[in-house]
Every structure is written in structure tokens, then in C-alpha cells.
Unconditional design. Sequence first.
Lengths: 273, 303
Amino acid sequence: MVRWSRFNIASVVLGFGFLYLPIVLLVIFSFNESRLVTVWAGFSTKWYTQLWYNRGLLDAAWVTVRVALLSATVATVLGTMAALTLVRYSRFRGRVLFSGMVYAPLVMPEVITGLSLLLLFVAIGLDRGFWTITLAHITFTMCFVAVVVQSRLLSFDRSIEEAALDLGATPVRAFFAITLPVIAPAVFSGWVLAFTLSLDDLVIASFTTGPGATTLPMKIYSQVRLGVTPEINAICTILIGIVALGVVIASLVTRRREIQRDRDERAAFAVSS
Amino acid sequence: MAKITSSLVSRLVIIIPYAWLLFFFLIPFFIVFRISLSETAIAMPPYTPVFDLSEGLSGILESMRAFSADNYVWLTEDALYFNAYVSSIVIATVSTVLTLLIGYPIAYGMAKAPRSMRPMLLMMVILPFWTSFLIRVYAWIAILKPEGLLNQFLIATGLIDQPLIILNTNAAVYIGIVYSYLPFMVLPIYSALEKMDHALIEAAQDLGCTPTAAFWRVTFPLSLPGVIAGCLLVFIPAVGEFVIPDLLGGSETLMIGKTLWNEFNANRDWPVSSAVATILLLILVIPIVYFQNVQSRADGEER
């Protein structure tokens, strides 16, 4: 039988240690009393209170959150459409090009995406700022949404949707009544992924921004270049906290839905037998 | 099977994302190429216009003659660019191999874990991927600094008595890339290993294979699609990486993403940065197309 050997356990534990240790240290030192980020001098939350008075930082955070909310929402709609196209329509003119355009942004170096979008915005004469960052973020995050939703659609049993169509539902109605509820967890995790990617992005935002729109990663980056400070650790800790909370909520929602679905299926089975 | 292709709605489902990607992803590349052929000018935008649509076709033909390959000539004349391309590819290759060596045992261990634990382990690999890239790179600065936590630890345990200089060297860049891209390597390998039928290993062992031979002759070849996908997911973005060499690397670290960024932001030379981007894209076209094929083949198999 499958055995979880000592070697397997060791590699998983060491691997996770490697993945988590830097983040844990960063969080710990955000509570450090001293200005030095590497010498522990007692517990303090003063860096968090200082953040509250940093106007520039709060403004940047607000811009970032608005960009992320808007771009993640549009990207989810477009990405879900792209996923449907990839899974449902195996033959149409330019399908190869389409799937290429969905997969390429996943690996495209950010400097190329950023530069090319900037040159597009300049060429069409769009004022750079909040809206150009949002458009850029929609473009690269929609592909991640498409991949997440696509993998769920591939395992989706189409016969239920076909049954709805046979019973006279319009395709749009069948999609909203049958398909969307089933793929909803994937659509939701696609949204969360798009949101965090947008929150995180430095390079593309730096290229496509204009005067007046500074995002949090740009602010953090310019401060990091000047040196490591506990304030940055504090901002980072807050961001990590938000993301961790989001992921926990997302997984709880998914699990709840799965339990509910199991219960419904069992109930249906009990009735029919 | 109910075909719904004829309806207008389903056509829109195709057309909207298609048009979006054409306009915001594909067309910009042509603009980059176009500007890479123009000349630097001290103006805003800082390049001489190459196309002027208002003059119609003759205007376009006229401006075609003004195309200049000067920026590309410039790139070949200055060894800095050539070295930056080569060194980016070398750094990305070494990092990809290191990531594979570290990531494979993790994915293998996860796939062997008790079934009930796997969703949690999977979640734990994905979680760092959701936290900010910038933050994860930043976290390493405090660890790798000469007076940082790693050196403090090593000196305290008596392993070394002089602090190691890691930050601002290529070693730090390797650590940064391996660390940041590890989940991209672990996830595809894990999903390939998890799908594998364990009976195959038992069969190999029943037929006299040692566990090591069974691994190399059965398990590893079956996980190869995951290994290839993982390597491409690490290699391609790592070649153009900017944040990691900028924050962790030093003056000796030459990477093309950083060169492009400096050319654009410090020198404000848009045509030259466009030429740098065009060549980088040409270098990456083969691995990117290969990655797309791997992806679409994987989707085809699942169907």
C-alpha cells in the first residue's frame, strides 16, 4: 500500500518550513520595539499606529483596493466567458490564436506586458492613471480566472444543462440556473485570485500609471529601496492578514457548498429510492 | 447534443473576451515593435511617430521608409545588452533546475500523504502564492543581510565566525527566484503524481524492480508532463524577472528585465526599451508556444 515514508514527511515539512519561515519572521518583526528589523527588542504595536497617520500610504492603499475590486470583477466576467469559449466551442475560426492569448499572459514577463500596454495607452491617447491600471489588470488577471474556471468546467457534467435545454430553457437561462451555481466556487476563487494578483502587482502598475495614481506596491517598493523598516513589515503583515482571511473565507464557503450538495444529493437519492 | 452555437448570446461569449485580448494583449506587441523601429526624440511621448494614419496609405508608405533599425544596431554594439540576455537565461535556467530539485520531493511527499491530509497540504502550498510577491521578496532582505537573521543564526550556532555576504549577489537572486516560484513547480508535479495509479508501481515491484528503479522507470516518466509544465512556469517569467534582481541582486547581477526597466524609467528611452522587449519576446516565443501546447494537450486529455 501507499506508505508515507520518513523521507516524504521530511521533504514536505522542510519544504513548508522554507515557504513559511520568511513570512513568519516578517510578521514577528513587525511587532518589534526597535527600529532595527533584525534585532528583537520587545513587543510593540507602535509601527501599526504610525501607519494610521501616514496619509500617502492610506491614499495608495485606497487606490489599490479600488483598482483590485473593479478589475477583479470585470476580469471574472471576461475570464468566465473565455473559459466557456475554450471548453464549449472546440471549433471556430481563430481558436488556436484565442487559446494562445489566454495562456501566454500567464507566463509573459511583466516588464513586457507593462511596456506594451503603456505604449497602447499612449498610442490611443488615454490619460494614464487609475483607469489605465485597471484596464491593464483586467487584461492579465482575466487569463488566470479563465484557467481556474476552465478546469472546473471540464469536469462539469453537461447532461444536466442539456436536460434543462430539452425542457425548454433558453441557453442563457440554463447557464444562470444550472451551470453558474455549479461552477460558482471556481468563479469565486477566480475572483479572489484576480483580486490578490491586482493587489500585488508592482511592475505592470508602474508602467501603466500616471501622475496621481500611486498603488500600495509602488509605495512599498520605493520605501524598500531606501531600506528595511518596521513600518513596511507592518503594512506587509496587514496585507498578509487580509489575504489569509480572504482565503480562509473562500475555502469555508467552498466546503459549506460541498457539504450542502452532498446532503442534497443524499436527500434526492432517499426520495427516489 | 443540444447545439446552442447559433444564438447571438453564445457568439457574444466568444467575441467579447476575444476582442478584449486582441486589443489589449496582441495589438500592443505590434505597437512595441513599431516603436522599436522609431528614433528617440526629446518629446512626450519620447519617440518620433512612425505611423500617421491621417495621411492615408501614402503617408504610411512614406513613413515606412523612415523605419530605422538603429535601436537594434545599438543593442548589438553595446555588450551590456548581449550579456544581460545571456545572464538572464543562465540565471533562469539554474533557478529552474534548483526549483525542480527542491519542488519535486515536496510534490512527491504531498502525493504520498494520507488522502485526508492532501487538501490541507495543497492549500498550504497555494497560500504563499496568494500573498504578495513583493512582500515575499522583501522578507528575504532581512534574512540575508550581512547582519541579518541567517548570519545571526549561523554565528550563534558557531558554524561560521564571519558573516556570509549573500544579499546583493547572484546567490540571493537564486534564492529569491526559487522561493517565489516554488508553488508554480510543486502544483503541476503534484497534480500529475496524484492522478497516477499506484498499482503501476506495485506491478513494477512485483516484476522485480527495486523501489529506486520503479521510481525512475515508472513514476518519473508519468510525472513528466507536470515537470515540463512546472519548469516552463518558472523559466519563462524568471527570464524577464525584475523585482527579484532589483531588490536582492547586486551590481554584478545583470538581468534583462532590470535593464529594460532602467532604460525605460531612468533613461526614458522608449524606442530602445521597445527593442529590448521585442528581442526578449523573440527569445521567449519558443518556450511560450511550447507551454501553450502542453496546456492545451492537458486540457484535451481531461475532456
